[in-house]
Design a protein around this ligand. Structure first.
Ligand code: SF4
Length: 428
């Protein structure tokens, strides 16, 4: 089965071109997608038209690869819990605008349905679009704003995160279930090219949310997280959210909060999503009772990490050390791994990732779609050509074989899953 290429008329209407089969992109190269890697576009997925870009496809008659000149290229934004294997393939005009911070997976049309090369990597349903009952979210917002009238953080999570950005974690908090967010830091010690909470003036794209503007107190944090841990199913409270800078810059307040939370409840998991820049602070949080860490990275290689993260005052080796510190303390460790076909599945990256897993005794890889304009990203990290690739699916299979205890997913696991039956104990 080879789906037909999709194109748009530039006014939001999408068509299939029955003269061209859809292909994928890996790094800078367009290539056919193996037939068994196409799946129907999952519910919650969206399609984007890509201005200033012409789609590349395989001519149904000649078998030659060529451009579609009928309209703009089209890509898919695949929903959370799914990982894309190939990017959309297109040729970019010199004056084309930089694309906003979303993922651009290949897409095609077959048998009256949209298809994408991807896999469902996570069974947990916490971010299923159809799972959010908006009146329930709004009722939760009203209830918790009344319950915590002086709490700036609850007000931020309500008015900005849940009602404006439609953040799944904030919405789950107001529905009283699963993972609850705790943003704490207005500042960051990195300058990621694709930062979703801060984009420098000179860039033409915008951050998808604004950064927190205040430093919450431990009291504000403890006030709403303890009831959540006590009452929510599969409860997790997570420091480090998309609407802030780096939480480790607030480690003293976080430590104080963890100590206070654990005075009131032993339930659930206390997690931190972080750039992992300060292993000493991480150690202090483990001593206080931190249960799990998720360190974000675009690569297991220093030479690709540095031009993307542009750290102010830390080294690549520090993020590795932070993973080791949590593992040594008996905590659960994940990497939030930004998947970029052509780099993630290069032979060099695969070898470096294997070594990272071995060196840190890693528990889990969260295979995240990289929300960034592919051309822009490759330019920023100075990758002008991409070498031999294994295929993202193949890399997953090889790692699964070599590391049978290593977990794959998309979300931080609850303590029930970490300590209990990993295959059963989660939101489903
Ligand atoms: S570490 Fe996070 S907050 Fe800091 S620059 Fe990178 S994406 Fe932005």
């Amino acid at each position: 089965m080879s789906p037909f290429l999709l194109y748009s008329d530039g006014k939001g209407t999408i068509f299939e071109d029955q003269a061209l089969y859809a292909v994928g992109r890996s790094g800078w190269d367009a290539m056919p997608v193996p037939e068994d890697e196409w799946i129907e576009l999952p519910q919650g997925g969206q399609l984007y038209e890509l201005p200033g870009r012409r789609g590349i496809g395989i001519d149904v008659k000649t078998g030659e690869m060529r451009l579609c000149d009928k309209g703009w290229a089209v890509a898919a934004f695949i929903p959370p819990a799914h990982t894309g294997f190939y990017l959309a393939a297109y040729e970019t005009a010199p004056d084309a605008p930089t694309l906003p911070l979303f993922c651009y997976t290949a897409a095609g049309w077959h048998d009256e349905k949209f298809f994408v090369p991807a896999t469902r990597i996570e069974d947990d349903i916490r971010q299923e679009n159809e799972g959010f009952d908006i009146p329930k979210v709004e009722a939760g917002v009203t209830h918790l704003l009344k319950a915590f009238p002086q709490n700036r953080l609850v007000a931020h999570l309500a008015n900005n995160c849940a009602l404006t950005y439609h953040c799944p974690a904030a919405r789950n908090f107001f529905i009283g279930r699963w993972e609850c967010p705790i943003p704490t830091s207005p500042a960051c010690n990195a300058n990621c090219v694709g930062c979703i909470s801060f984009q420098p003036e000179e860039e033409t794209i915008f951050s998808t949310q604004d950064r927190l503007t205040f430093k919450p107190t431990a009291e504000e944090i403890v006030e709403y997280t303890v009831p959540h841990l006590e009452t929510a199913p599969y409860p997790i409270v997570s420091f480090g959210q998309g609407c802030e800078g780096e939480p480790l810059l607030m480690w003293k307040t976080i430590r104080e909060s963890i100590i206070e939370i654990r005075k009131h409840t032993q339930k659930g998991s206390i997690n931190i999503n972080t750039n992992g820049s300060d292993p000493v602070a991480v150690k202090a949080l483990c001593d206080a009772g931190l249960n799990s860490i998720r360190v974000s990275t675009n690569s297991a290689r220093r030479e690709l990490y540095l031009p993307y993260y542009r750290p102010n005052n830390y080294q690549f080796e520090d993020i590795i050390e932070s993973l080791k510190v949590v593992r040594d303390a008996g905590g659960w460790t994940s990497i939030n791994y930004f998947v970029f076909p052509g780099l993630t599945d290069s032979v060099e990256e695969y070898e470096a990732l294997r070594q990272l897993i071995i060196d840190t005794d890693l528990n889990m890889i969260q295979w995240r779609n990289f929300n960034i304009d592919p051309d822009w990203y490759l330019g920023k990290v100075s990758v002008h050509q991409t070498g031999e690739i294994l295929g993202v699916k193949q890399v997953m299979n090889l790692l699964k074989e070599e590391f049978p205890l290593l977990k794959f997913g998309y979300f931080n696991p609850p303590i029930e899953r970490i300590k209990g039956n990993y295959q059963k104990d989660f939101a489903h």
